[in-house]
Design a binder for this molecule. Structure first.
Ligand code: C5P
Length: 262
């Protein structure tokens, strides 16, 4: 992989990623002009600018596939975070419909059930450039109390493991979970798992947003995360380039990267 956008990480492999390839910047902006201007600024001012970006519901619903094409033409690796959740036939068809976008990572909800997960895995495999599917386990914004309110008893870890096992057995080898479950999932599934963790906050962060199960980038990687999703701590920082560089510096520290080369 090179230092700049221009090289695409194979969708199936997260092994031996360089520190800058472990950070995925969540482009949670209302328009492509804002997202692209933000990226331009980081490209100009960061010591080692982002090579991975996440397009979520807000941006995809407002700008559609054209924005994804544009980001690809700029050689970003793309995580399309649509969190697909529907009956098996519909999810499989949606994955096939997304084929022209050639995204690297794509999310589906693990709670869609075994049949949906298998259909999704099969649909992805049938594409000429299969995305790596990531099954969303329990949203990082949920705690035990919120889980109980939707009828799920037990702690988030138990539910994450239940859903993760179901996804894995259906052939989905990528997972989204919080850093709090990373060590458990790495221990359960080993190095073949691509584990992406949102809920990343700096050690000084005071909370105050919707994320509940959070950790620092260093803690998440040490626990076994393959890649980290960071949004607001960078996009809403007073100096986004400095914030991005600081996160990268934290994960580039040699002692932290040794154990996390998964
Ligand atoms: O701003 P923040 O760092 O909290 O952004 C986290 C990003 O990761 C958001 O775009 C959110 O949609 C996404 N995400 C998440 N929890 C999941 C899956 C995705 O926070 N389980």
């Amino acid at each position: 992989m090179s230092d700049q956008p221009g090289s695409r990480t194979p969708a199936s492999s997260a092994s031996e990623l360089a520190p800058h390839e472990r950070l995925i910047l969540a482009l949670d902006f209302p328009s492509s002009s804002q997202a692209l201007a933000f990226l331009d600024d980081l490209q100009n001012r960061c010591a080692c600018p982002p090579v991975w970006v996440k397009v979520g519901l807000e941006l995809f619903l407002s700008e559609g596939p054209r924005l994804v094409d544009k980001l690809r033409s700029q050689d970003y690796n793309i995580f399309l975070d649509l969190k697909l959740h529907d009956i098996p036939n519909t999810v499989a068809a949606a994955i096939r419909a997304l084929a022209p976008l050639e995204v690297n990572l794509l999310t589906i909800h693990a709670s869609g059930g075994a049949a949906m997960l298998s259909a999704a895995a099969e649909a992805a495999e049938s594409l000429s450039r299969p995305p790596c599917l990531l099954a969303v386990t329990v949203l990082t914004s949920m705690n035990a109390q919120q889980l109980a309110s939707i009828g799920v008893q037990g702690n988030p870890q138990e539910q994450v493991l239940r859903l993760a096992r179901q996804a894995w057995h259906a052939g989905v080898t990528g997972l989204i979970a919080s850093p709090h479950e990373a060590a458990m999932l790495r221990g359960e599934f080993g190095s073949g798992l691509r584990l992406v963790t949102p809920g990343i906050r700096s050690s000084g962060a005071q909370g105050g947003d919707d994320q509940q199960r959070v950790a620092t980038p260093r803690a998440a990687l040490l626990a076994g995360a393959s890649q980290l999703v960071i949004g607001r701590p960078v996009t809403r920082a007073a100096d986004p380039a400095a914030a991005y560089d600081a996160f990268l510096a934290e994960i580039a520290m040699p002692s932290e990267t040794t154990r996390s080369s998964k």
